[in-house]
Design a protein. Structure first.
Length: 412
């Protein structure tokens, strides 16, 4: 879903702006100056195209667009940037802003309207009411991301403008204000409606916040959440202070039949060729990897992200970092086979799709570990039954290896 470089309103230090990634394209929802500074740190040069969807031309939403265009052209060697206006009126205002005021040459970027863009993630702009000075020039966006209907309000004074698009399963990002204003959604007034949405399978995230502390108090005890902020992900060898958190998450994330005794995992990090890694999002502990290595093989035994950090792209970024760290090796993992009779069948599909999307293709092999049958996914080459046997035996030792069935099965 969306990650936010900031979720503050006009007078906050970090203005409201969100982004997502689709097939090496970086898609921004608004681009204030504070967002541009943060976006530089996620290395936009890794993308092949930048799209900027503008909700309206207030500076705290569009003020960094010119800088992004110039940065992409001069620093990133002509990386294509397309600015998408929700209407022709807004397009003309953006043309004046970007060319006459910001001084961007028209060859540096493309400025177009939403109706001219054919992208699977773009559904439509949604007209709304905000400031009288921009009457007819304020919009939200309807998007389609990861199979989900996504509604993004932008700045608005009218919740009703978005109600026709809020079907069950929707992810709804809405502005919310603690202080009363005629041009923003006053949270105490709309809170009952937002709670009803969450009861009807609509996921609600609040953004463009004017007093985050007080708004958190108002939504306490509800399913409403604050929009997730982007935090840099890093991997470090697990420290003693993180072990209790890792143990708790391990017991929560994996069913008993898939768990090795945690004391064994803890001991083996010193006695075998293993990597027990913490995942940090910013300064916060977000999860862990546990890998077993043998010769040129690295097997991701366990990978888990804390529930409060899921849906924020942290798992995907952690996997990408892991792939770089183990580059040149056969890096593989096991997911539960897609058994349609399993009670968690759809969860299994989602988990497999997550790994496929993050660069782990099928190895067309199944493995039995204890009583569970898994499918292998991996990068760097095939894993043979003999390689797998040697890796497992090097980790478990002869006694455990003989006691617990762990083997690659014949092709199904």
């Amino acid at each position: 879903m969306l990650l936010f470089t900031g979720r503050g309103s006009a007078f906050a230090d970090e203005h409201n702006s969100a982004f997502f990634v689709y097939e090496k394209e970086l898609i921004l929802l608004d681009c204030p100056a504070s967002a541009f500074q943060k976006l530089k740190k996620i290395k936009p040069e890794q993308f092949r195209h930048i799209y900027i969807l503008i909700t309206h031309t207030h500076g705290d939403h569009s003020g960094g667009t010119g800088a992004m265009i110039q940065y992409a052209w001069f620093v990133l060697h002509h990386l294509p940037v397309t600015v998408i206006a929700p209407s022709k009126l807004v397009q003309e205002d953006l043309r004046l802003l970007l060319t006459r005021i910001e001084g961007c040459s028209q060859e540096w970027f493309t400025l177009t309207t939403a109706d001219k863009i054919q992208k699977s993630w773009l559904v439509r702009p949604i007209p709304t009411v905000h400031a009288n000075q921009l009457k007819g020039k304020c919009f939200g966006w309807q998007l389609y991301i990861d199979g989900r209907n996504v509604i993004y309000t932008g700045d608005t004074a009218m919740l009703k403008d978005y109600l026709p698009y809020l079907t069950p399963g929707t992810v709804f990002y809405t502005e919310a204000a603690f202080y009363y204003s005629k041009v923003h959604l006053y949270l105490p007034k709309i809170l009952p409606e937002l709670i009803r949405m969450t009861e009807n399978d609509i996921q609600v995230f609040l953004m463009h916040l004017d007093n985050e502390t007080e708004i958190l108090k108002q939504i306490q005890g509800t399913k409403i959440q604050l929009a997730p902020l982007y935090k840099p992900v890093r991997l470090v060898r697990i420290q003693k202070a993180d072990i209790p958190k890792a143990k708790s998450l391990y017991q929560q994330a994996f069913p008993p039949e898939e768990r090795a005794p945690f004391p064994l995992l803890y001991a083996k990090q010193y006695l075998a060729d293993t990597d027990f890694l913490s995942i940090y999002a910013g300064t916060q502990w977000a999860g862990f990897f546990y890998l077993v290595n043998y010769e040129n093989l690295s097997y991701i035994f366990y990978f888990a992200v804390r529930p409060e950090f899921r849906g924020m792209g942290i798992g995907s970024r952690a996997l990408q970092k892991l792939q770089k760290f183990y580059q040149g090796r056969k890096l593989f993992l096991a997911v539960e086979e897609l058994d349609s009779s399993a009670s968690n069948y759809y969860e299994r599909i989602s988990r497999k799709n997550f790994y496929l999307k993050n660069g782990f293709p099928e190895l067309h092999k199944h493995v039995q570990e204890g009583s569970v049958i898994y499918e292998l996914l991996g990068i760097g080459g095939d894993v043979t039954p003999e390689e797998y046997r040697k890796l497992i035996r090097s980790f478990t030792g002869k006694f455990l290896y003989r006691s617990i069935p762990m083997q690659i099965l014949e092709d199904k």
